[in-house]
Design a protein around this ligand. Structure first.
Ligand SMILES: Nc1ncnc2c1ncn2[C@@H]1O[C@H](COP(=O)(O)OP(=O)(O)OP(=O)(O)O)[C@@H](O)[C@H]1O
Ligand SMILES: [Mg+2]
Length: 381
């Protein structure tokens, strides 16, 4: 199916023609091809799933969003070159082509070879932070994950931003693969709260932890990675073990920085300027002053305590929410069953009888309006 498009052409930003040369893969938003123009310039073309862009208004929003994305020009960001629509092939985005795979590939290679040295990982993290800062000056990425951080030569370049917002707004679902993959989704996104640039800081913090430890920080807390509810629970309530327990040679400043980036509360996460400044600093490479080390260790401990309290509160909120959902579902199921077997259900309000019988006053029952204290008074006619 994808192969039948090879050899076909689409129009570029200046009216030039790009010919589809090979199929690169399929993701949550669509299918990606490598393409070349007459001067052999290579680009990547993403054909966006038509299910998201059924009417012209949404297509217009896509073009607008791509326009915003094309304003992000930074060496650690893949340039968005053009958005258009082909009569035969549908809506598409043309971006710079990355020739050396992704950060996800690099992490899997390192899993076989052992962890990278700290200075090299700091350089990778710095590149990601600089790219994120440039993106966040204009928009929120919303789908930051190692598969969307590309390698081009020795440089990292962040890609795949611009579509997530539109799809996010049109689907609002946790299960859709494309938006903020559940492994990197921040607590406030799980709760459908307001989205700020801090959602990208959280995802980047998880990625930084993974680059350093070669392990996703919440991996041990998720029993079934294919179950998004397990992932939700872990992001909302689990506190990952300290990076320094996994790799004691990691400096305190770096460990504390990443710990703050993955804070459950967005306001506890640092700004990009601070992250960049700390990643640029060499303080962790010299033995820290014992006084500074003790102060940092105490600060980390205080934060761990705060996080534990917040996680417990979140767990209580989740339990209540689950109880509420269970209650509503079982009420509705029971009422449906009763309705099927008895035809009509009525509710009896105790103590309001004016007919002298023991049944009290009768009302038609709406399943959705049922309250826990009314449940015991269900009666048949
Ligand atoms: N600009 C690009 N340069 C080179 N390869 C790319 C580029 N964009 C995407 N790819 C590759 O194309 C394939 C499909 O990418 P796509 O972004 O659709 O999937 P994904 O990253 O798994 O999911 P998502 O839709 O969440 O981004 C992947 O193998 C990806 O590495
Ligand atoms: Mg992608």
């Amino acid at each position: 199916m994808a192969d039948s498009r090879i050899g076909m052409s689409i129009k570029g930003p200046d009216g030039q023609s790009y010919t589809l040369a090979s199929f690169l893969g399929r993701g949550g938003f669509g299918e990606v091809f490598r393409a070349e123009d007459e001067a052999n310039t290579t680009v990547a073309v993403k054909f966006v799933n038509s299910e998201f862009f059924q009417d012209d208004q949404i297509l217009f929003a896509l073009l607008n969003e791509a326009k915003a994305a094309s304003r992000v020009t930074h060496e650690n960001v893949l340039r968005v070159l053009h958005a258009g629509k082909s009569d035969d092939l549908g809506p598409y985005l043309i971006t710079e082509f990355a020739d050396s795979g992704t950060l996800a590939d690099l992490i899997s290679e390192q899993r076989k070879q052992g962890p990278m040295d700290i200075e090299r990982t700091k350089n990778l993290m710095l590149q990601v932070a600089l790219g994120c800062q440039a993106i966040n000056n204009i928009l929120i990425h919303r789908d930051l994950k190692p598969d969307n951080i590309f390698r081009h030569g020795s440089r990292l370049k962040i890609g795949d931003f611009g579509i997530a917002k539109l799809v996010d707004e049109s689907t609002r679902t946790h299960t859709f693969k494309g938006i903020q993959h559940v492994r990197y989704k921040c607590p406030e996104s799980w709760r459908f709260e307001m989205k700020t640039v801090k959602i990208d800081v959280y995802s980047a913090g998880l990625i930084f932890y993974e680059i350093l430890s070669l392990k996703h920080p919440l991996q041990d807390a998720v029993r079934d990675p294919s179950d998004w509810r397990d992932c939700e629970q872990a992001h909302l309530t689990n506190i990952p073990s300290s990076l320094r327990k996994i790799r004691p040679e990691i400096g305190l400043t770096l460990a504390q920085l990443i710990d703050r980036m993955i804070s459950k509360r967005p306001e506890d996460r640092p700004e990009w300027s601070e992250i960049i400044q700390r990643l640029n600093s060499t303080i962790d490479t010299v033995p820290p002053d014992p006084g500074i080390a003790a102060a940092l260790a105490a600060a980390i401990k205080r934060k761990e305590e705060r996080d534990k309290v917040a996680a417990k509160a979140e767990q209580r909120r989740l339990n209540l929410q689950m109880k509420d959902e269970l209650y509503k579902t079982s009420c509705q199921q029971l009422l449906r069953q009763l309705g099927r077997s008895c035809g009509r259900i009525q509710r009896t309000v105790p103590g309001r009888s004016n007919r002298g019988d023991s049944e009290g006053e009768r009302h038609d029952l709406s399943p959705c309006g049922t309250q826990p204290d009314q449940f015991v008074f269900l009666q048949f006619t």
